[in-house]
Design a protein around this ligand. Structure first.
Ligand SMILES: NC(=O)c1ccc[n+]([C@@H]2O[C@H](COP(=O)([O-])OP(=O)(O)OC[C@H]3O[C@@H](n4cnc5c(N)ncnc54)[C@H](OP(=O)(O)O)[C@@H]3O)[C@@H](O)[C@H]2O)c1
Length: 284
């Protein structure tokens, strides 16, 4: 058992990671505006406040920090991602904690896939630039892993894109699914287990962790609409996205396949495996 601090316990990923982490470790998780668990080891934290970050981490003395907070949906995104990475990295260094940092495949421009761990970021939008900058900051502390991943989904808690599609369709608004963006959706359970494995391993550096199946966003979108039983397709259109999004951000998973015991299941495998299990909460 280790002491693990999870930033963004309230993130979509965090809501899967925290329950799994608490089965094996002593956990402290942070949230900013919403605490989905309301547990005594949850701490409200604004990552932009360096002294609060240092105080919390120095007080808990984690052996590992899994830094998930700060996504493209965060208000004040740039500051949360960049300053947050700076404050967490500094506190990890001062307290000699291993740092597992969640990054993304959209740090790439999408023109040279599949991307290997040695490929440098070349972002084409603000979110990618902020996450690329965060990688450089995290890299200043030796005991780190930068986890580059793809679209995160779960089958027990609806992901935010499907939530958005579901709301739009219910309100009679059209939804466009992109058939020209290739990604490797990762099951939130897979990613959570991989992060926990990495928290206790010796590997340092970048690691690609994603589902071992490349699909278009349209394929992915339809799979999830099917899974959640959202069957009204009259307002669903399929077509290309505009050029501000990287088109092909497939990741080379050779290293992760060799290093991790967590299987990197593709979306078809995950859905087939769980087909007979009804959607239910995993907080038990
Ligand atoms: N979702 C994806 O498909 C995907 C794909 C690739 C990589 N990633 C990466 O994976 C990680 C998790 O993504 P996600 O989609 O699960 O995140 P998310 O659901 O959008 O959650 C964002 C998190 O950031 C926290 N936050 C926002 N402002 C904050 C602040 N000022 N101080 C501290 N925390 C703050 C939020 O807390 P509250 O909710 O409590 O306000 C929440 O926990 C991120 O690093 C993201 O870049 C995600």
């Amino acid at each position: 058992m280790k002491r693990i601090l999870i930033t963004g316990g309230s993130s979509y990923l965090g809501q899967h990671l925290v329950p799994l982490a608490t089965r094996q470790h002593e956990v402290c998780y942070t949230f900013y505006e919403n605490d989905p668990f309301d547990l005594p080891y949850g701490e409200q934290l604004d990552l932009r406040d360096g002294s609060r970050v240092m105080k919390l981490i120095s007080g808990f003395q984690p052996e590992a920090i899994i830094h998930t907070a700060g996504s493209n949906r965060s208000p004040d995104m740039e500051a949360v991602i960049r300053l947050g990475a700076h404050h967490v990295t500094e506190a990890a260094r001062i307290n000699n904690a291993r740092l597992i940092h969640m990054s993304t495949d959209v740090i790439f421009d999408g023109r040279n896939a599949p991307y290997r761990e040695t490929d440098p970021p070349n972002p084409i939008h603000d979110y990618g630039r902020a996450k690329g900058a965060a990688e450089a900051i995290v890299g200043q502390w030796a005991n780190h892993v930068i986890v580059r991943t793809s679209l995160i989904y779960g089958l027990f808690i609806m992901d935010r894109s499907t939530e958005w599609m579901s709301a739009a369709l219910a309100e009679g608004r059209p939804v466009k699914l992109f058939d020209n963006q290739l990604r490797q959706p990762v099951w939130a359970e897979t990613l959570s287990l991989a992060c926990l494995e990495l928290a206790t391993s010796n590997y340092c550096g970048v690691l690609n962790v994603a589902g071992d199946q490349s699909v278009s966003r349209a394929y992915f979108g339809f799979k999830l609409l099917d899974w959640w039983g959202i069957n009204d397709r009259d307002l669903v259109e399929v077509g290309p996205s505009d050029s501000k999004w990287p088109l092909d951000t497939r990741l080379d998973l050779t290293m992760a396949r060799e290093m991790l015991s967590t299987p990197l299941l593709g979306i078809d495998q995950v859905i087939d495996m769980t087909q007979n299990r009804p959607p239910a909460s995993n907080f038990n």
